[in-house]
Structures are given as C-alpha cells and as structure tokens.
Ligand binder design. Structure first.
Ligand code: SF4
Ligand code: MG
Length: 332
C-alpha cells in the first residue's frame, strides 16, 4: 500500500464561510507486504482520519483533496482514489479489513456471535454448502487464533472486553484480507487483555502473511509488535523507520517526547518536556507544526516547513535539526 502526497481534509461550508481541517496533510508513505506497520502520535494528530482515508472510507465532510492511494492487487498497482464506489466495494473486506476504534459495536449485540459471523461471511460470498464453506473454516479459524469455540454460542455482552475485541478481530480477518487496519485495538483493555490482543494480531500475521497497519498512541504497544512505524503530528508524518531504530535512535524532537513519556526505570532526567498539546488542525502554525512546543526550535522553524527526508538507511525525519550534515557533525 502506498500513498503519494495524500491530503484529506474535513471541509465545512457554512454560508459564506469555508472551514478546512487538514487532518491528513501531504503524506507519502509506502507500507510493505508482510509487515506490521505502526502509526503513533497523540490524539488529534490525524491517525484515525489517515486510516479511514486509506481504507476508502472518506465520507463528507471528509474529502480527499489531493494525492493518490495505491493498492497492489495481483501484482498491479491500483489507485483507489480513481475507483467508483461500486468497484471499490468489491475490493473491500476481501482485500482490506478495517477494525474501527471502539469496535465493540462491530458485533451485533442482539444476536449470537455465530450469527454475526454468518451474516458477515454470507454478505461477502455465496455459500452453497454451509458445513464445508462456513462451519468448518470458521472453527478452523477460531482454533488457529486460540479462541474457544464457546464464543460462538454467546452474545457479545456475555464476553469480557478483551474476548470481545479478539472475536471482532477474528471476524474481520476470516476472509483472509491482504491488509488489516486496526485503530487503537488495545485501548480501554487491561494489560492482560492487551497482551492477548497483541498476540492475536501477531498470530494472524504469521498465519495469513498479510500487512497489518496498527494505530495506537501507546508507544509500548509499538515497541512490542510493529516492524516499522511512522510518527504522525498535525496531519503529517514527522518520522518513519524500523521500530527498533526509532526507539534506539529517535531523530525528531516529537518522537523523543513520545518515547520520553514512557516510564523509564530509575531515570527521571530522561523526560523531555513538550508542554501543551497538538495544534488545531483547522489552524496550523506556519513553518514546522511542532515549533510552538519544541525545545530546540530555531528561527527557520517558524518560517519553513521541514520535509520528511531520509537521514540514514530507511530512517526518515522531518526536522531541520536532522538534515544530513547536522547528523554527520554530531556523530564526529
Ligand atoms: Fe523543532 Fe525545528 Fe525540528 Fe520542528 S524543525 S521539530 S521546531 S527543531
Ligand atoms: Mg483516533
């Protein structure tokens, strides 16, 4: 999956006035097959909107105003921004499966879970032999993912939050989608349930060999599960690279702030302060969007917007401090 200079804004038109909320602001990234890609950042940085946009779910007032989104389908790159709703609907679910934030609602509360699975599967493919084409694969799928078959007989409210979330993920992946997109799947769960959900995602990735795109503000989850990650701030990607590399050698001050906010045993001085909160996406500051909070802000940061550029092998940053020469100087 690839995006090129993708911009998607919430556009509100009120009488004479037009208000634009730039939730995704010029994003070019490339996500590989067979990897777990994480997207981090505080809330209000555009993470969820980015996911919706790449899943083809932008609905007014959200609009793709510029750029491209490519899916690689059977070796060919297809720009989904050019597809009709009808064409896209056919591709969806079998190709890309989106697990929205607070996805407890994906399971119909008034029917048994097995019925939810059945509705889901039959609405996406024709089934002649129920035993062979539905029952058997369903049991196989749940067993492979370590879920007890008894969940099928339950109603959603009879399951714990963690079990419900795992069941929702099992539902979203039963058609073996090539890309799974999950928005904050561990939020609101206790630590044990969080671990189970993370393990489940890892298992799915191992079995189905698909791409998982995982959004969470929780840096510990990224450290735990993702192969590569991107950091979003004010609708832009400000850093991207291998997850290990980002944790060992964060380049962007915002990333340092996010990592510094992890509790570090015995090292209180590590905390970098970045007081305040992300800027309003309707009213972005000029220059680097992080400059009002950045402890290293320079004159240029208030005027020009730094581009996301490769600093070392596969590691990108959008900060004037990290221009190649600077990094080289610092290493001498
Ligand atoms: Fe801070 Fe300037 Fe880098 Fe922005 S470009 S993160 S303001 S040093
Ligand atoms: Mg969100």
């Amino acid at each position: 999956l690839k995006t090129e200079k993708l911009k998607s804004y919430y556009i509100f038109e009120m009488q004479e006035e037009k208000k634009e909320v730039k939730a995704v602001n010029d994003v070019s990234i490339s996500i590989r097959e067979d990897e777990i890609y994480g997207i981090a950042g505080e809330s209000g940085c555009g993470k969820s909107t980015f996911l919706k946009t790449i899943c083809g779910l932008a609905e007014p007032p959200l609009r793709i105003v510029d750029g491209k989104i490519y899916y690689e389908v059977e070796g060919k790159e297809i720009d989904i921004t050019k597809m009709s709703q009808e064409e896209y609907r056919k591709l969806r679910w079998q190709f890309i499966s989106y697990i929205p934030q607070g996805s407890m609602s994906a399971l119909n509360p008034i029917i048994r879970i097995k019925e939810s699975f059945k509705d889901f599967v039959t609405s996406h493919k024709k089934i002649k032999d129920e035993e062979k084409e539905f029952e058997e694969p369903l049991k196989k799928h749940l067993t492979a993912l370590g879920l007890p078959l008894r969940v099928l007989k339950s109603y959603p409210h009879q399951l714990s939050g963690g079990m419900r979330q795992r069941t929702t993920i099992a539902l979203a992946t039963i058609l073996n989608p090539r890309i799974i997109v999950a928005d904050e799947p561990t939020t609101a769960l206790d630590v044990v349930a969080q671990r189970a959900v993370i393990q489940l995602l890892k298992d799915i990735q191992k079995i189905q060999k698909n791409t998982i795109i995982l959004v969470t503000h929780d840096m510990a989850v990224h450290a735990n599960i993702t192969d590569r990650m991107g950091i979003m701030y004010a609708g832009m990607f400000v850093e991207e690279g291998e997850t290990d590399e980002i944790f060992e050698n964060p380049l962007h001050p915002y990333t340092k702030f996010l990592i510094g906010s992890l509790p570090k045993m015995g090292d209180k001085s590590y905390k970098v302060s970045a007081p305040g909160s992300p800027p309003s996406l309707a009213n972005l500051p000029q220059g680097c969007p992080f400059h009002p909070r950045c402890p290293y802000a320079m004159e240029i940061c208030k005027k020009e917007r730094p581009q996301l550029v490769e600093i070392s092998d596969g590691h990108k940053s959008a900060c004037f401090l990290n221009s190649k020469e600077r990094v080289e100087d610092a290493r001498k």
